[in-house]
Design a binder for this molecule. Structure first.
Ligand code: ARG
Length: 481
């Protein structure tokens, strides 16, 4: 018998049951569902909507259901459609018809919204923590490479020399923005939809502030029609996740390039690479490739949900059940990527000599020769032209700028003096960029110090915020003394 069976004259077609059920995936939220119910029923008792003995029976029953699920003895059935009705059925089996009083003043519409808010706020914290660990790993590698020079690229053509630590710190900044976006989104995740009822509120004298306090929400939806229709908080998460994946994907693309034989800038640890079934010599950066590849599904999840929502009239529509799989998948995908990238970065071997060779046997100091001439009084545009001709000459002669004799230099400009060799040396070139945000060692050290502050703040935020999402402790908060 369906929980909503009264109005129907016959059972649903079995294909309909299978088609409309969400239990295969929403059972992931069973803890959130029970915690939400505990808070709800505690409130029903406090407001005198249910007598205390019934409240206690329901709470005891919910705890039994919880234990049953934890022991793996509960069976989620398609016949009961979703996690909400499965748990309500289990409760009624456990304590009899009084279990049917739990749903007083509540609808699955505000219940499912509550479950997703509870779920996502926990997951946001986990993801922020993992992203911060990756920042740490990058920062630690960066600290080891404050004198490792490499070519910086534009158009994937060697552009100007940089420190390897500087390059890595760019990713630390990118991840910082990702973390801050997730923290910003938290505000809209940590709002209570329960009490909205199906769409219009409820006829019972409920106390939403009390529920919000029990569940540690920072606020309550102002309008109940909005509360049950809103999936913005998931869209925001998917958008923020998409951008984070874009960053991870760019990092992974660089790891793939750097670990190619052509570059040989880094060697990824054997534990994070895989082999080929036919070519015995192969060591492939599969993890980096898969992170890059899985970025697509996260973007897909974002566009998928936006598309589901775009034409929906208020309030709840069954289409909205399609909000969950993309959210779960995105959480799992980000989790996997962050958890693997951190040890991969920690164990990566950096080939300093190879990088140095790359940066000395090229023209990445050409800008510095132009800047040198500018310091001698030449307009930059003219200096650019002069150096361009010098580079062309070098290419023809199979030389680099530092191989030119004074005589050769003079054929391009009389203003070049013997101090040019020092000016074009790779260390000089890197350390000359000693401006805020630049690649000079001193600047990278400042960037690292700033990032350490960020990391400290993130940890403080996580510690403070995680007190609100301790599901287990909420279960106890949900029981009246
Ligand atoms: N399984 C449903 C979902 O995920 C729960 C809400 C159902 N509400 C309803 N009115 N049918 O969206």
């Amino acid at each position: 018998m369906k929980l909503w069976g009264g109005r129907f004259t016959k059972p649903t077609n079995q294909l309909v049951d299978e088609y409309t059920a969400s239990i295969s995936f929403d059972q992931q939220m069973w803890r959130q569902d029970i915690v939400g119910s505990l808070a709800h029923v505690a409130m029903l008792g406090k407001c005198g909507i249910l007598p205390m003995d019934e409240v206690k029976a329901i709470i005891a029953g919910l705890k039994k259901v919880k234990e049953k699920i934890e022991r793996g003895q509960a069976q989620f059935l398609i016949a009961h459609e979703d996690v909400h009705m499965n748990i309500e059925k289990m409760l009624i089996e456990e304590i009899g018809p009084v279990g049917g009083k739990l749903h007083t003043g509540r609808s699955r519409n505000d219940q499912v919204a509550l479950d997703m808010h509870l779920y996502l706020r926990e997951k946001l914290l986990e993801i922020i923590q993992l992203a911060m660990y990756l920042q740490k790993a990058l920062l630690e590698q960066a600290s080891q490479h404050l004198d490792t020079v490499m070519p910086g690229y534009t158009h994937l053509q060697r552009a100007q020399p940089v420190l390897f630590g500087y390059h890595l710190m760019a990713y630390v900044s990118m991840l910082q923005r990702d973390i801050e976006r997730m923290q910003e989104g938290w505000k809209r995740v940590n709002l209570l939809p329960l009490g909205a009822g199906a769409l219009a509120g409820t006829t019972f004298p409920i106390d939403r502030e009390f529920v919000a306090e029990l569940l540690q929400f920072d606020g309550i939806y102002l309008n109940s029609m909005d509360a049950v229709s809103d999936r913005d908080f998931i869209v925001e998460f998917l958008a923020n996740a998409s951008l984070m994946m874009a960053h991870l994907s760019r990092l992974c693309e660089e790891l793939v390039i750097w670990s190619s034989q052509e570059f040989s800038f880094v060697e990824l640890d054997d534990a994070f690479c895989t082999g080929s079934s036919i070519m015995p010599q192969k060591k492939n950066p599969d993890v980096a490739e898969l992170v890059r590849g899985k970025t697509g599904r996260v973007y897909g999840n974002l566009v998928g949900l936006l598309t589901v929502l775009k034409g929906l009239p208020l309030a709840y529509n069954k289409d909205m059940q399609e909000d969950k799989e993309g959210m779960f998948d995105t959480v799992a995908t980000l989790h996997g990527a962050l958890a693997l990238l951190t040890p991969m970065i920690q164990t990566m071997q950096v080939k300093r000599e190879r990088m140095r060779q790359a940066v000395t046997q090229d023209f990445s100091n050409a800008t510095d020769l132009a800047d040198y001439l500018v310091r001698k009084g030449m307009p930059f545009r003219q200096a650019h032209e002069v150096v361009g001709r010098a580079v062309l000459y070098c290419i023809e002669q199979q030389k680099y700028l530092l191989n030119l004799t004074m005589e050769e230099f003079h054929s391009f400009s009389a203003q070049i003096e013997p101090d040019v060799y020092e000016a074009l040396a790779v260390e000089t070139v890197v350390n000359a960029r000693n401006v805020q945000g630049g690649t000079a060692r001193q600047q990278v050290e400042k960037q690292i110090a700033q990032a350490q502050e960020w990391i400290k703040h993130t940890q403080v935020w996580i510690d403070r915020t995680s007190q609100k999402v301790m599901i287990e402790s909420l279960v106890d908060v949900g029981s009246p003394a």
